[in-house]
Design a protein around this ligand. Structure first.
Ligand code: BG6
Length: 463
């Protein structure tokens, strides 16, 4: 068994929210099944009047781990207590303070799984009631701000009550097994690291396509859009891991230092709108809670460059969107074509590729050329695959474990958030000045203009 967690109480704001039901409770239950929650209590906080027993019944009805035995799930639910609190009123936190007196010698973890407009009242409520002792920590879900200015304000508020080592800014992509594996793959193998530079890499492609539309998240999404929802956080995290220099150790601060450097060296052809493509799926404006004249982008494709020693000149293509043909998340590192004179048609040789598959399956694929069976000089392209087992497939299980251990490796440091907002603010300006918002069909691959972004460079998206 891995390292036991210290005595802790998770104070879970947003007890009846979607994220809690779909991700946090299953992640905690999974840790419980591995016998890892012995020292952990969970105090769920919500505005709805409910007893602890009623809350447990609610979770049971919403049960999202059908494979588990009912007895085991019931035993897990016994760990849960519920407290009704006017969380949007910072003056109303006395009941929480009273309840937490029961948890002496316990690390208190405030976990904010709530809509972003509730971050300020909750942090103020915790701080004003003096609940921010040095043994407490605070975990904040994304989005951390909606631009640089609002992120700075939020950061000023949270650092008024908590020091940086008590703050855990969550980005669940960093907890995904294959995304964590990028670092290991790059720096634990002498085979790949020497070619991870602009002498050998031709381009890097990051795709995060989703088949679902905005569903019931219109109120949030219509104010956010794909740039803020996916690029500023998840995809910049992925990019920084794919492009960073080796950290001097695996310590969280060493990794964070290198990730930030990548964002600082990102360049976008800002004045050249051909480097950015915005799209909106047909029918988006009729979704609930979406403005009828909305110009929110549900799709974005970008061409970026990293101006550092290692990757200068290597284009980085990123695309993400909703209501597309499939749920696919992957990073493709394409190598330059082999210019060998030995094969009659070297231009027919496929590029070598390294593909990090993040969804639907998790794993790593390496593509290379071999001799066509039965011929003397013809080649064909084959792949060798590593498929990740699903045992740890839930990113939130990693996130919870690291949080309970008070390790920052899977969380985002403030300077990373700051740098990413600087770039995304520029992109948002670019969008405001961009007259073109391409419409694309639900279930398609997105706007054709996203293909042209690569075509003008003589490339195409790997699919
Ligand atoms: C969330 C976004 O952070 O990530 C959602 O708000 C998106 O819009 C989701 O659907 C994607 O996460 P995953 O793990 O399903 O790829």
């Amino acid at each position: 068994m891995s390292q036991p967690f210290p005595n802790s109480c998770i104070v879970l704001f947003g007890a009846t929210g979607d994220l809690t039901r779909r991700k946090l409770i299953p992640a905690l239950f999974s840790l419980y099944k591995k016998d890892q929650l012995t020292n952990i209590s969970i105090l769920a906080i919500g505005r709805k009047p409910m007893s602890s027993e009623e809350f447990r019944i609610y979770l049971k009805q919403e049960k999202s781990s059908p494979s588990a035995s009912q007895d085991l799930y019931d035993a897990f639910l016994k760990k849960m207590e519920y407290l009704e609190l006017p969380i949007d009123n910072p003056e109303g936190y006395a009941p929480l303070r009273d309840r937490l007196t029961q948890y002496s010698n316990t690390n208190i973890i405030f976990y904010l799984s709530v809509p972003p407009e509730l971050f300020v009242p909750i942090i103020s409520g915790i701080g004003n009631s003096g609940l921010n002792s040095t043994s407490s920590t605070i975990a904040i879900e994304k989005p951390f701000g909606s631009n640089l200015e609002s992120a700075q304000k939020l950061n000023t508020l949270v650092t008024q009550y908590f020091s940086e080592d008590q703050i855990f800014r969550i980005d669940h992509y960093v907890g995904k097994e294959t995304i964590q594996n990028i670092l290991t793959f790059r720096f634990a193998n002498s085979l790949f690291e020497p070619v991870w530079n602009n002498h050998y890499i031709d381009n890097i492609q990051i795709t995060a396509s989703e088949s679902l539309g905005v569903e019931n998240r219109g109120p949030y999404y219509d104010r956010s859009g794909a740039l803020r929802d996916m690029i500023q956080n998840h995809l910049f995290q992925v990019l920084s891991l794919a492009a960073m220099e080796p950290p001097y150790s695996l310590a969280s601060s060493a990794i964070q230092d290198e990730k930030v450097k990548v964002l600082r060296s990102l360049r976008l052809g800002k004045d050249n709108l051909s480097h950015v493509v915005f799209g909106q799926y047909s029918g988006y404006k009729s979704e609930s809670w979406v403005a009828e004249n909305s110009r929110t982008e549900t799709f974005v494709a970008l061409r970026l460059e990293i101006h550092n020693w290692r990757l200068k000149g290597v284009p980085i293509y990123i695309r993400t969107g909703k209501a597309l043909a499939s749920k696919t998340t992957r990073i493709v590192v394409e190598f330059k074509k082999n210019t060998s004179i030995l094969y009659s048609e070297p231009t027919d040789l496929e590029r070598n590729r390294i593909i990090f598959e993040i969804a639907p399956d998790e794993g790593i694929t390496v593509g290379f050329n071999v001799k066509e069976y039965g011929t003397s000089s013809k080649t064909r392209s084959v792949t060798s695959e590593f498929l990740q087992s699903k045992e740890w497939s839930e990113a939130y299980e990693h996130i919870m474990s690291e949080l309970l251990l008070r390790s920052h490796t899977l969380f985002t440091r403030w300077d990373m958030i700051q740098e990413s907002w600087k770039i995304v603010d520029d992109l948002i300006d670019c969008k405001e000045n961009c007259p073109i918002l391409h419409t694309y069909q639900i279930g398609s691959e997105g706007p054709k203009a996203a293909d042209e972004l690569l075509a003008i460079d003589g490339r195409k998206w790997f699919s």
